[in-house]
Design a protein around this ligand. Structure first.
Ligand code: GDP
Ligand code: MN
Length: 379
């Protein structure tokens, strides 16, 4: 789950990272009031869940409340990389003398968090990594020890920070790590962390990604979810407890079990097809859930065939078959379908589908071949 800049910065601040004073507005009038309250030059920042807002014109300075209102009016409703701006953050403008990058991600190979710092802040770090990788300094964090002060100092020397800022930098690095660890984040980033003209460090931008699998123990964070982050289908899938990822192919896949879903996609590709989605309906799925899953698959106009691959353990194949028919009554469709049902009550399941004149298959390979042929209109 992605957090907005203002949400990320508020979390960072709770752990001791200095951030500018500011507040969020959804109307130009509110923006004017916030700017008046701050009583000085402000920066008006679009809150959308993508990077590079500055370059896209979504970040602008305003000298007084009237200008803040005007600028907010222009930014609200703007489209940035396909997302409509619904909120703006108004922060006291910082007088920036230097922009630093500071971030933490999980290094899967090392199975540990890695903190990165660079004196080339402000720009996209991927670009720095590509062009001048030697300008990024990294340290690996032991999850049992946390970020050690000497590691923070090492990073600050690496990026050539002036001596009088090292203490504050280390404190910020430790605060950022505490936020990262306690919130179960997969990424926590300050870009830029600025040195102001008065020689103070401050987080001007903030970004956090949270591990969805840990949200059950962070109710307060889970509530921060921006509905716009997901498509209507993804939201529906989450409500129904389905794991769903949309892809670009033409063969809709409905499978129970994540491993089986991966295997189904592999076999589909092996036989010349492209999966339209990853969809795991989970164990013991009821007819209603199957129907919801089918609705989601069929709502994708790219889908030219649907492949069901169900292994009945706890899940009963007859229940799945009934779910499929239930869904087809609700959403009549011309899209051809192939079903492979194996395991508990497979006979009943297949019989139910055969009566509905649906194509069935005995093996996954056969099912994939039939689905690929059907998607290509060879049926
Ligand atoms: P991003 O483009 O989405 O990463 O948004 P940022 O919040 O990082 O802002 C982009 C750039 O705008 C920063 O790198 C700064 O150069 C500039 N910027 C942001 N806030 C301020 C501010 O308070 N004062 C000044 N002078 N520039 C700012
Ligand atoms: Mn930024």
């Amino acid at each position: 789950m992605k957090l907005h800049e203002y949400q990320s910065k508020r979390i960072f601040a709770r752990y001791g990272v200095p951030i500018p004073q500011g507040d969020v507005a959804t109307t130009p009038e509110q923006a004017r009031q916030i700017a008046a309250r701050l009583g000085r030059r402000v920066v008006v920042k679009s809150q959308v869940l993508v990077g590079g807002r500055g370059k896209a014109g979504g970040i602008r300075l305003a000298d007084d409340p009237d200008e803040a209102e005007k600028v907010a009016d222009e930014i609200l409703g703007m489209k940035i990389k396909g997302l409509t701006v619904k909120k703006v953050l108004l922060d006291e403008a910082a007088d920036i003398s230097k922009e630093i990058y500071l971030g933490i991600v999980i290094d899967r190979a090392q199975r540990r968090p890695v903190m990165m710092a660079s004196a080339e802040g402000g720009v996209e770090i991927e670009e720095v990594a590509r062009v001048t990788p030697e300008r990024i300094f990294k340290i690996t964090i032991d999850p049992f020890l946390g970020l050690q002060p000497f590691q923070g100092r090492e990073l600050s020397y690496g990026i050539g920070l002036s001596k009088d800022l090292v203490r504050d930098f280390v404190k910020i690095a430790q605060s950022l790590y505490a936020a990262f660890a306690e919130c179960d984040a997969s990424l926590a980033e300050i870009n830029p962390l600025v040195v102001t003209d008065e020689g103070k460090l401050m987080a001007v931008d903030g970004k956090m990604l949270l591990d969805d699998n840990a949200l059950f123990r962070h109710f307060e964070l889970a509530e921060m979810r921006d509905a716009d982050e997901e498509t209507a289908e993804e939201q529906e899938a989450r409500r129904q407890g389905l794991s769903y990822v949309k892809l670009d192919g033409t063969i809709g896949c409905m499978v129970n079990g994540a491993g089986l879903a991966m295997a189904t996609m592999d076999i589909t590709k092996l036989h010349g097809g492209e999966p339209a989605n990853f969809l795991d309906i989970g164990g013991g799925a009821q007819a209603e859930k199957v129907a919801a899953a089918l609705r989601i698959i069929l709502s994708d106009p790219n889908v030219k065939a649907v492949l069901f691959n169900i292994f009945g353990g706890i899940t009963r194949c007859d229940e799945v078959a009934r779910g499929i028919l239930e869904a087809l009554q609700e959403v009549p469709t011309e899209v051809p379908m192939v079903a492979r049902l194996v395991g508990t009550n497979e006979e009943e399941g297949r019989q139910i589908l055969a009566e509905a004149e649906m194509e069935t298959a005995a093996t996954l390979v056969e099912a994939a071949q039939k689905a690929v042929a059907a998607a290509q209109g060879e049926r």
